[in-house]
Design a protein around this ligand. Structure first.
Ligand SMILES: Cc1ncc(COP(=O)(O)O)c(C=O)c1O
Length: 302
């Protein structure tokens, strides 16, 4: 199966989707990206794009920050994404990477007097963290909270520094703190801690991304387990004393954390609330729980 891309208003094989090396966003991080999952349901023989519209609504919020004006609406981008995945014809879990970017072939650090465009591509992608229990470490790199918290490409360099620091020290993922020392999130995931039956997650104003999986898990915890998630400052020391900790992300799904800074969480085992949420989430994204079908957009016409 070839992967397809949408570039400069055309669908084409991913292998042929190239940009000029002077394109502005490559040099200054002037782009906003998304990550959308298509989850394969083998019984339905269908790929379901999860919370498609919400991803593009977030993309547009990032565009607002970077002064990117696109000749498309949210609905247009949803349609382009469905067409793109349909063309590629995969029968496995896939990932769509949309990018809104400063497309002028012009150098110079600025946001004004530059054209903007949109591209997207699709490819098969299994579990991001490649482990069922992540071992994490708090990064020495602090998350810059003065920059608006959106999926801005240039902002991800701190995350990349933190991730590589963690992996080179033998861990799976990094947890970042902000300049004030509060916990923000993983390099590509939001973070949740559970203590005495209560769920807590860092504030978006502390640097946590407004994650779509974060929102999904908060809704599932409330509706299905009767547990309200409390958004508040989270201190590093609370990570060590948590009963359960897990991370969420479109790529990483819901991944339990077994260890932080070499301290085992719940004896290194998956805790009961994490386990329930993991199961609920796995069913919802494959459209196996009809109560949440409106979150799942089918790609293939029957
Ligand atoms: C830094 C960061 N935090 C959190 C997330 C999770 O967001 P979502 O659940 O919308 O994928 C991501 C996902 O890409 C991310 O890059």
């Amino acid at each position: 199966m070839p992967s397809y891309a949408f570039l400069k208003k055309q669908y084409l094989p991913l292998a042929d989707a190239n940009l000029n090396i002077m394109t502005n966003f490559m040099h200054y991080g002037t782009g906003v990206f998304e990550g959308i999952r298509g989850n394969w349901n083998k019984d339905h023989k269908q790929i379901y794009l999860f919370r498609l519209k919400e991803h593009y609504e977030r993309l547009f919020r990032g565009c607002q920050v970077l002064n990117i004006t696109l000749p498309y609406t949210v609905d247009d981008l949803c349609k382009i994404t469905i067409d793109l995945v349909n063309k590629s014809g995969f029968t496995e879990d896939i990932y769509v990477r949309p990018l809104a970017y400063k497309s002028s072939e012009a150098l110079g650090v600025r946001l004004h007097n530059l054209e903007s465009d949109f591209l997207a591509f699709v490819f098969p992608w299994g579990p991001y963290l490649d482990t069922d229990r992540a071992r994490c470490v708090v990064a020495s790199w602090r998350f810059p909270t003065e920059v608006p918290r959106q999926k801005l490409t240039g902002l991800y360099i701190t995350n990349a520094l933190a991730k590589s620091e963690a992996v080179s020290a033998g861990f799976d993922e990094a947890i970042m703190l902000n300049a004030a020392g509060y916990v923000t999130e993983g390099s590509g995931e939001n973070l949740f801690i559970i203590r005495e039956g209560k769920i807590f997650t860092p504030l978006t104003t502390d640097g946590a991304l407004t994650g779509i999986t974060r929102d999904t898990v908060m809704k599932l915890a409330k509706n299905e387990l009767g547990l309200e998630t409390i958004e508040r400052h989270v201190e590093r020391i609370e990570l060590y004393a948590a009963d359960e900790i897990f991370m969420t992300g479109t790529a990483a799904h819901l991944t339990p954390i077994s260890e932080i800074d070499r301290r085992k969480i719940n004896g290194g085992e998956i805790g009961p609330i994490t386990h329930k949420l993991q199961k609920l989430y796995a069913d919802v994204i494959q459209n196996k729980n009809l109560k949440y079908s409106s979150w799942c957009t089918p790609v293939y016409k029957k």
